[in-house]
Ligand binder design. Structure first.
Ligand SMILES: [Zn+2]
Length: 83
């Protein structure tokens, strides 16, 4: 079951739970929460960073791509760095 993080909407009063954000287990089929289950303040779902796990790959990918673009083959075995 995925864990979602919700945080109170800006400007909402909120309680101690939703002010700093709270985690909740929800089925994919369950609708997302609109209100804090504790204080009924309006909440928004916070997209957690699955990006953290992706960023490494992404970085490698980008570095690799950058490498292709910034290194120009000058001669056999020689590369000129383009800035
Ligand atoms: Zn609350």
């Amino acid at each position: 079951m995925p864990v979602y993080v919700y945080e109170k909407l800006e400007g909402e009063k909120g309680c101690e739970k939703c002010t700093g954000g709270f985690e909740i287990n929800q089925r994919l089929s369950e609708p997302k929460l609109d209100h804090c289950p504790y204080c009924k303040a309006k909440v928004v779902r916070v997209i957690q960073a699955p990006g953290l796990t992706h960023s490494k790959t992404d970085l490698h990918y980008r570095a690799k791509r950058a490498g292709f673009h910034t290194l120009k083959k000058v001669q056999k075995g020689e590369y000129e760095k383009l800035y």
